[in-house]
Design a protein around this ligand. Structure first.
Ligand SMILES: *[C@@H]1O[C@H](CO)[C@@H](O)[C@H](O)[C@H]1NC(C)=O
Ligand SMILES: *[C@@H]1O[C@H](CO)[C@@H](O)[C@H](O)[C@H]1NC(C)=O
Length: 244
């Protein structure tokens, strides 16, 4: 038994290595797993379903200690790949949920083998918590990517102050323009906004209850939580219309 289960563990570990940790067909893809931790949960398996409540605050991130470069600066990016199409289109859109620069490896280890990364910077694009609409037909995929940040990267919060700069965000074009290399690690999770999906876990706390039918409230909450200035209120109300 013991022998068989160790073999299974080894086989699963091998599989995890060989598989992409980003959604099938998504570019830029990543092969090394970025550890993504929320307050009460973490993304154990790429693609796992989490609730809105669990993902309400910006996650902490870590990489395997063998990969962490103490002298490098990293940038974290999170995208929703499944924003409902614009009227008259069937093509789902990408929304930039977060772009955070200035991450450095810390001395702090998570579960013995991962090095926590930390940044004092909130932007340039502050975290927007997932809020897929109850009326949607599919769960949304949220991709997290870690990049080495070029020394001369020049991005400002003002670049992302309008909804238009976050919706249809073209990461590949951004990488080319700013000479950002392929991601060094990635991960993704899904959030199912449909009321029928909220029976599970903590999703019921914010999913099927008072918020159903309203996508405005979660954004207001997020804005308050992160002390986002009133200057960003316009961004949040714009996003509410997009049903992210
Ligand atoms: C997560 O923890 C932070 C800091 O302790 C807190 O401000 C935030 O409200 C928490 N978020 C959730 C969803 O529990
Ligand atoms: C670590 O990061 C520094 C600064 O970006 C870079 O010069 C160096 O080549 C990196 N080392 C490795 C092993 O990738």
């Amino acid at each position: 038994m013991y022998f068989v289960s160790s073999l299974l563990v080894a086989a699963l570990a091998g599989l995890a290595q060989a598989q992409s940790v980003t959604p099938s067909g998504f570019t830029p893809s990543a092969r090394s797993k970025l550890d993504v931790f929320f307050n009460s949960t973490m993304v154990m398996t790429p693609g796992q379903v989490l609730s809105k409540a669990e993902t309400a605050s910006q996650p902490k991130i870590a990489v395997s200690s063998t990969m962490a470069n103490m002298s490098a600066t990293y940038m974290f990016v999170m995208l929703d790949l499944d924003v409902p199409p614009e009227e008259g289109s069937t093509k789902r859109r990408v929304l930039l949920h977060a772009m955070n620069t200035g991450f450095k490896a810390t001395q702090q280890k998570i579960s013995g083998s991962a090095t926590l990364l930390a940044s004092t910077e909130k932007g340039p694009a502050a975290y927007i918590s997932p809020g897929p609409p109850p009326t949607d037909t599919i769960p949304h995929r949220y991709v997290q990517l870690l990049f080495q940040q070029p020394a001369d990267l020049s991005v400002q919060a003002s670049d992302f102050k309008d909804t238009s700069a976050r919706i249809n965000f073209d990461l590949n074009a951004f990488m080319t323009k700013n000479k950002v290399s392929a991601p060094i690690a990635g991960n993704f999770f899904m959030v199912d906004g449909r009321a029928s999906a909220t029976a599970k876990g903590t999703a019921s706390a914010s999913g099927s209850g008072g918020l159903a039918g309203s996508t405005v409230q979660p954004f207001t909450g997020a804005a308050e939580k992160f002390g986002i200035s009133t200057g960003m209120a316009g961004l949040f109300s714009g996003l509410a219309l997009l049903a992210i």
